[in-house]
Design a protein around this ligand. Sequence first.
Ligand code: DSN
Length: 419
Amino acid sequence: MRYNLTMLKKTDPQIAKSLAKEINRQRQGLELIPSENFVSEAVLEALGSPLTNKYSEGYVGKRYYGGNQFIDEIETLAIERAKKLFYAEHVNVQPYSGSPANLEIYFSLLQPGDTIMGMNLAHGGHLTHGHKVNLSGRIFNFVQYGVNPKNHLIDYKEVEKLAKKYRPKIIICGATAYPRIIKFKKFAEIAKKVKAVSMADIAHLAGLIIGGVHPNPFPFIDIVTTTTHKTLRGPRGAMIMCKKEYAEMIDKTVFPGFQGGPHNHTTAAIAVALKEASLPSFKKYARQIVKNAKTLAQSLKDNNLTLISGGTDNHLILVDLTKTGVTGKQAEKSLEAVGIYVNKNMIPYDQRTPFNPSGIRLGTPALTTRGFKEKEMKIIGQLISQVVYNPENPVILKKTARQVKELARSHPLYSKLKI
Ligand code: DSN
């Protein structure tokens, strides 16, 4: 890696120290938060580059500042790569992150108070899909759908019934805690029946879609948003992809409607991540993410834990802790103490609160990047279970922490980076 914190240590030793500690935490632990990943050194180089110095409000060839010829090259590459990988007619790579990208779609197509449909956060949706504490839910009239109480799967008949009753202008699909395949074609058909625009938020799935292990929303869905830092394994950022007819309207909302200058260092890093995602090795990576998730799910079940929907088809697993007597908050804390990182999460029809819910959410994109395979996933399932069932047992926690360090050490991370 190009940098080794030399200048940072001189200029700001306090930040250098915290950064070094964070790098070591990432190296020594087992990262199982499904929305996290480890970007390549090439992505890091683009991200930490002088591209951050440049203002380039506007779009390729139509900027409000001089000196943008190379930024235009970079943004064009990012757009063209995304178009090719997702079969998208139009791509905007400027949204700062997933939440603004979603709001930019709503403000492109809706007036305040208009009706729109999205998945309930507690059933696996996202805050920006209409939760009442989020701007989305405060400005627009969101109708929320969820999963079936018995099998925890999206009930497409129910979605259609709600769509016919409320006639939303947009129907959003896509989730942050749904372990099964999302049927984009089905959502698009329902949207067509009620003359709604179909929208998919594929933040969690982008890398799986490119890798061919999850269906692509195109050509069915009208508008697609995604973050770029989850399974796609790029920098923190976002993209909007859409059919041509929505392009002009959305571009205008992103800039000048919502945002100012694009973050060019992020755009370059997105382009690099997309280049990496176009390689055959990325397909292999995506397949391994799913194989690892399925093996981890089976191991958790073999070790007496209950999974929402009984397993997984993608990169993530939602564990229902109700029978363990331990809450999501306690489990997250005890797992963190041994170096296993997961996040507490609501489960469908949860009786508890979001800050201390009944579930934990885990996923395999980050560990798969480090080269973990099925053999290790089996062991990690055992380790998680032994912590969940013994959250305050110092002997077990100490022994597990040692095993975690061993597993991490045998799969080095950023080994060229000297800190
Ligand atoms: N916060 C992200 C996640 O963890 O799933 C969603 O935006």
